[in-house]
Design a protein around this ligand. Structure first.
Ligand code: NAD
Length: 248
């Protein structure tokens, strides 16, 4: 692994710090680590794979640099615009990229279970997603909540941008059968809670995941970086890294 070194971007942040610790624990060498104001281009020369937990404002520069150096990418940053998402997809035709709204094994199992539950429970069940994060989180809803809504939308033949309802306020009228509600709570030091609610008349199913440490995300991101070594260009996610896609 010694010729395969990591560059950690956003290294002074909560996740950046956790990734540096996880890389040390997994004995994956870190060639460089940068934050705002540091020289990204020269740091890239020290690494073959970038783990990015910074800001979506950095994504264009991240992609341009990685393309120039042919570096693999693990993108954990969330909150991207549709245009930035399209840029990531475009770059993946030339680079191997793992892009995941959540790197924990538990949440990726929740993604799998959510798809299965939506398929089994059928269209009579109303779908709502509730997430809670610490008071400093900048984007809303969380990338993980967005992924959950996208999974639900795909099963139901709906679209995230058209059918997702972000909270409710005022005289909103009765719930529409085709909407998927998403609600963001913020407070304290909550690392990340997500609940998917499937509600019908007379019964309801709730699937919940609660993260109590960022280490689970950081270890998953380093695992993804290791998995990327020698991988062909393409857009991968943690379902690929963990082999969950093969389960159907
Ligand atoms: P944070 O604010 O603690 O850290 C972000 C760091 O990135 C800061 O140190 C900031 O200075 C730095 N940064 C910002 N712009 C930069 C730039 N242009 N160049 C270099 N560094 C830059 O935030 P955090 O809690 O560590 O989260 C970071 C991102 O990761 C957020 O988008 C968050 O939603 C996401 N996140 C993803 C997962 C996941 O599993 N995918 C888990 C947790 C957080």
């Amino acid at each position: 692994m010694s010729s395969y070194q990591l560059l950690v971007t956003g290294c002074k942040g909560r996740m950046g710090q956790a990734v540096l610790a996880a890389a040390k624990a997994q004995e994956v060498p870190v060639g460089a680590a940068i934050d705002v104001g540091d020289d990204f281009a020269s740091a890239l020369k020290q690494a073959q794979c970038v783990i990015d937990f910074s800001s979506h404002h950095f994504t264009a520069e991240l992609l341009a640099g990685a393309l120039a150096q042919q570096a693999a990418l693990v993108i954990g940053t969330t909150g991207h615009s549709d245009e930035q998402l399209a840029q990531i997809k475009q770059a993946s035709s030339q680079l191997p990229i793992v892009f995941a709204s959540n790197f924990s094994v538990g949440v990726n199992t929740l993604f799998w279970l959510t798809r299965k539950a939506a398929e089994l429970l059928g269209p009579e069940f109303d779908l709502e997603v509730v997430e809670m994060h610490h008071r400093l989180k900048k984007d809303s809803p969380s990338g993980t909540a967005r992924s959950l809504v996208e999974i639900l939308a795909e099963v139901r033949g709906l679209q995230y941008n058209r059918d997702c309802r972000h909270g409710r306020f005022g005289d909103v009228g009765a719930r529409q059968p085709n909407e998927i509600g998403v609600h963001a709570l913020r407070g304290g030091d909550v690392v990340g809670d997500h609940t998917v609610v499937f509600a019908n008349v007379g019964e309801r199913v709730e699937l919940t995941h609660k993260a109590s440490s960022r280490d689970t995300f950081a270890h998953g991101a380093v695992r993804a970086a290791r998995w990327l070594q020698g991988r062909a260009p393409g857009l991968y996610d943690m379902q690929d890294v963990l082999g969950l896609r093969a389960l159907g």
